[in-house]
Design a protein around this ligand. Structure first.
Ligand code: FES
Length: 407
C-alpha cells in the first residue's frame, strides 16, 4: 500500500509538472490583450487621478497680502470632480528640493466641470508670522504659464447632506476663508442646497482676503459677516467687533440656540483660533456631531500645545532615516516636525494634508521619543500601538531611528 501511494505521488507530481510546462508555454506564446479595459479602475482614475498636469492661467491680487492662482489642466488631462471645501496638493521643486503643499480649493466645483475652460483656484496669503517657505515661494514666484503637477481632490471638510444640517455657520480666520468661498459660490450657483453664514475673524479690513469676491455673491442663502478684533480698527456697517465669541456664534445660529442641533459649525483657520473656538462651542453645548474642523498645516509653535515638555524646542536631535538600502542621519530641531527635517535634508517623502489627518506620510518609529499634538493626531489606534506616526505632525524629543517608504 505504501509503495503504491508513493508511486501515485510521483505520478501526480510528474503529471502536474507536464501541465504546468504546457501552461507556461501557452502563457509565453499568448498575444498581449491590448484592448482589455477595467471600467471600475478607469472610473476610479477619472474621479481620483494619480496626478493632474496643470498650468497657471491667471494670477490676481485679492488683498494687500493674498494672491489667487487659477489653474487649468494640460497634456490631455481632465480636472477631476471635487466637493466645495476639499483641497489640492501641489508638487513643487524649490532650490532642487521637492516640496508638497496642500491648499484649499477656493473656486467652486461647478467651475471645474463646466464652461469652455474648466479651472480651479487656490488663494495664498503671504507675510504671516511663522508662515512656511513654500507659501512665500508660491506667492512670489508662481507666474502665468508655469506648469505643475497637482493631486486632487483630498479632504473630508465638505458638506455632507446625509450627516450635516442644512444650516451651516462657518467660523473662519485668515486663509481659512478659502473653503467657504468655494461653498458660497456653489450655493449661489444652485448646486449646493444649504444656507451658509460666514463669520470671518480678522484684525482689520486690510487683513480680509477675497472680501470683494465674497461681497459680489448675491444670494439670499449666503451671509457674510466680518468680525474685527483690532484695537481701534475701522468697523463697517454689518461688522461685529471682537473675536468670534460664544455671543456672536449664538446670534447667528438657528433659533439662537447652538445646543439644539439645528446648526452645523464648520471651523477653519489657524491653531490659536481653533483652540479659542473649540472652548466657545463647548460652552455653548454644541453637539459633537455638529462640529467640523480643519486645521491648516502643522502647528506654528509646538510649545503652545498642551503636554509639550518645556525646553525641548531648543534641542537639536539626530534622526536616522532608513529607506530601502539607504540610511541617512539628519539633524532635527525639537521645534520642527520630522517631515520638515527630512525635507530640509532633501529626503523625498510625499505628503498631502500636512496637518496629521490623512496618514499619507505614515512613518515607522523604530527608536526614540517624540511628541504628537492632540490637535494634529490623526493616527489610528493600531498605528499608535505598533509605533507608527504621521511625520508631518510629529516632533522629536530625543535621537530617533525611523523607517519610511522608498519613493
Ligand atoms: S500628510 Fe497627511 S498626515 Fe501627514
Amino acid at each position: 500500500m505504501k509503495k503504491l501511494k508513493i508511486k501515485g505521488f510521483f505520478k501526480d507530481i510528474t503529471g502536474s509538472m507536464r501541465v504546468s510546462k504546457r501552461r507556461n508555454a501557452s502563457i509565453k506564446n499568448a498575444s498581449p490583450v491590448n484592448d482589455y479595459k477595467d471600467p471600475i479602475k478607469e472610473l476610479a482614475l477619472e474621479l481620483h487621478p494619480v496626478v493632474t498636469h496643470v498650468i497657471v492661467k491667471k494670477v490676481e491680487d485679492v488683498s494687500p497680502t493674498a494672491r489667487k492662482f487659477t489653474f487649468v489642466a494640460i497634456d490631455g488631462d481632465k480636472l477631476p470632480p471635487f466637493e466645495a471645501g476639499q483641497y489640492v496638493s501641489l508638487d513643487l521643486e524649490i532650490d532642487g528640493k521637492k516640496a508638497y503643499r496642500p491648499y484649499s480649493i477656493s473656486s467652486a466645483p461647478f467651475q471645474a466641470r463646466s464652461g469652455e475652460e474648466p479651472f480651479f483656484e487656490i488663494t495664498v496669503r503671504n507675510g504671516r508670522p511663522g508662515q512656511g517657505y513654500v507659501s512665500s515661494y508660491i506667492y512670489a514666484n508662481l507666474k502665468e504659464g508655469m506648469k505643475l503637477e497637482a493631486h486632487l481632490p483630498y479632504g473630508q471638510f465638505h458638506i455632507e447632506p446625509l450627516r450635516d444640517s442644512k444650516n451651516i455657520v462657518a467660523l473662519a480666520g485668515g486663509s481659512g476663508i478659502t473653503p467657504f468661498y468655494s461653498m458660497a459660490q456653489e450655493i449661489a450657483h444652485g448646486t449646493l442646497d444649504v444656507d451658509l453664514t460666514i463669520l470671518y475673524g480678522s484684525v482689520s479690513h486690510d487683513d480680509i482676503i477675497l472680501e470683494k469676491q465674497i461681497q459680489a455673491i448675491h444670494c439670499p442663502r449666503v451671509k457674510f459677516i466680518n468680525v474685527i478684533s483690532g484695537e481701534g480698527a475701522k468697523l463697517l456697517p454689518g461688522d461685529e467687533k471682537g473675536f468670534i465669541s460664544r455671543d456672536i456664534i449664538k446670534k447667528y445660529s438657528v433659533d439662537q440656540d447652538p445646543s439644539n442641533g439645528k446648526t452645523t459649525y464648520f471651523v477653519c483657520g489657524p491653531l490659536p483660533m481653533y483652540l479659542f473656538i473649540n472652548k466657545e462651542l463647548e460652552a455653548l453645548k454644541v453637539p459633537y456631531r455638529r462640529i467640523r474642523m480643519e486645521v491648516f498645516g502643522s502647528t506654528p509653535d509646538v510649545t503652545k500645545n498642551e503636554g509639550y515638555p518645556a525646553g525641548k524646542e531648543k534641542e537639536v536631535y539626530k534622526i536616522t532615516v532608513k529607506r530601502g538600502i539607504h540610511e541617512d542621519i539628519i539633524d532635527a530641531k525639537g521645534s520642527e516636525t520630522i517631515q520638515n527635517a527630512m525635507e530640509r535634508a532633501g529626503i523625498p517623502h510625499e505628503t498631502r494634508c500636512r496637518s496629521g489627518a490623512c496618514g499619507w506620510c505614515r512613518t515607522k518609529v523604530e527608536k526614540g521619543e517624540f511628541f504628537v499634538p492632540s490637535v494634529g493626531d490623526g493616527r489610528r489606534a493600531a498605528d499608535k500601538e505598533y509605533g507608527y506616526v504621521h511625520a508631518c505632525a510629529t516632533y522629536p524629543l530625543s535621537d530617533m531611528v525611523i523607517k519610511i517608504e522608498i519613493e
